[in-house]
Design a protein around this ligand. Structure first.
Ligand SMILES: Cc1cc2nc3c(=O)[nH]c(=O)nc-3n(C[C@H](O)[C@H](O)[C@H](O)COP(=O)(O)OP(=O)(O)OC[C@H]3O[C@@H](n4cnc5c(N)ncnc54)[C@H](O)[C@@H]3O)c2cc1C
Length: 374
């Protein structure tokens, strides 16, 4: 079977599962904070997290573009669950690119198949490295093990039986990236204050107190960290566009449905369905091109950051326009337009947030200008 046919077959099964197992839960996920664990396990069993893993590691090898399209399909029904799928697939990316074969062997198959669920607690480190905030986890090396202390305020897709992949500053310099077990000694999980959305993402505060992480659970030691981060970051950032694309497609649906009755007045709104749809198509094409480059470690980080920023902007515009098209109906709690507006805001505030992206883009462009001038 060709790759294209295989990707279409996989996407068709994802679409069918989303319809039967996720769509009926979307409101409960949003309003009652239901965590869709069963759906995640089933999606994993279908191959919904393993598109970037090669066949010899039990993945489909279809690549990041297909993984992104899976996240988009999930995001059309539920932005929270699309974020959970992103968390899981980001962890697959970390495990694929670690040079620690023990960690890869221990976890890759289990995470890619959805048997083991995993969060990624990398916002703090990514923001820290962009000069936005101080690092929250500190590690002391003990042989090839690390003893880690500190706390991450919010990490999604975690629990006692879950993993979390995090980074810490090392006492004698540099950073280490590690796999943490939710039920390990020295690790505790605490609820967060109530969120305005994304309540069903099992987002918890992780505290580590002298938690020993054994050498087999180290994803990158300090001398490997910079190279490792530059390898995983494009995939990490690019696959977040899938969440945005899902919310945009769902918003376009609301716009179409609303226009069936109220096009005569909706035509005066700023962001019309055709314009949004055209902009989405352009971003989607760019995402596919960059995803193919990211698969082989060749995506230019500036292009990735710009695409991610443009996706946040379009997601906000589309969700905003959708609720304006729907009018008072869209303001009802039972209508998805109000939920999508909150999901769209999340796309623009989850790390790298829109403001963070603009900061990094400005810094990289200033560097390029300086290099050209020199
Ligand atoms: C529902 C939800 C789920 C999330 N899930 C995850 C997850 O799975 N994994 C994860 O890693 N993160 C997660 N996050 C975190 C998210 O990615 C962002 O990092 C988080 O929302 C914080 O971003 P911010 O824009 O508020 O921070 P910013 O506003 O960008 O940064 C504020 C930071 O600057 C610091 N600060 C304030 N003043 C100063 C000063 N004068 N000098 C220096 N520093 C200062 C603050 O302490 C704060 O840390 C989640 C957040 C939410 C809401």
């Amino acid at each position: 079977m060709s790759n294209k046919a295989q990707a279409t077959g996989l996407l068709d099964s994802v679409i069918a599962l989303v319809k039967t197992d996720l769509a009926p839960l979307a409101s409960a996920i949003d309003q009652q904070g239901v965590y869709p664990a069963d759906f995640l396990h089933k999606l994993g069993a279908l191959g919904g997290f393993g598109a970037t893993a090669p066949a010899e590691l039990d993945g489909s090898g279809l690549g990041l573009a297909t993984q992104n399209d899976i996240i988009t399909q999930v995001g059309q029904e539920c932005g929270s669950t699309a974020f959970l799928v992103w968390c899981q697939t980001a962890c697959v990316g970390y495990l694929l690119h670690t040079s620690n074969l023990t960690a890869r062997t221990r976890y890759l198959r289990a995470v890619a198949s959805g048997e083991k669920l995993s969060g990624t607690g990398m916002s703090n480190a990514v923001k820290h490295l962009a000069g936005i905030e101080r690092i929250h986890l500190n590690a002391r090396r003990d042989g090839d093990d690390y003893i880690v202390t500190g706390s991450l305020p919010w990490v999604s897709n975690v629990g006692e039986e879950h993993l979390a992949m995090v980074a810490a500053a090392v006492e004698d310099g540099g950073y280490v990236m590690l796999v943490v077990h939710g039920n390990a000694e020295g690790v505790s999980l605490h609820p967060c204050p109530e969120f305005a959305g994304l309540e069903g993402t099992q987002t918890l505060n992780i505290r580590l107190k002298n938690a020993r992480i054994d050498a087999g659970d180290v994803l990158a030691h300090p001398d490997q960290f910079n190279h490792y981060l530059s390898r995983i970051k494009p995939g990490f950032v690019l696959s977040q566009t899938g969440m945005g694309f899902g919310v945009i497609q769902a918003s376009l649906k609301t716009i179409r449905e609303s226009n069936a009755a109220t096009a005569h007045v909706n035509q005066y709104l700023d962001d019309q369905g055709d314009d949004l749809s055209h902009a989405l198509q352009q971003l989607h094409e760019q995402a596919h091109t960059l995803a193919a480059q990211a698969d082989v470690g060749r995506a230019a980080v500036l292009d990735v950051l710009k695409l991610r920023a443009a996706t946040s902007e379009l997601t906000l515009r589309a969700a905003n326009s959708a609720i304006l098209h729907a009018g008072a109906k869209g303001f009802l709690m039972r209508h998805p337009a109000q939920r999508r507006l909150r999901e769209a805001v999340f796309v623009a505030i989850v790390t790298p947030a829109l403001k963070h992206l603009r900061k990094e883009i400005a810094a990289l462009e200033a560097d390029h200008l300086q290099t050209e001038a020199a």
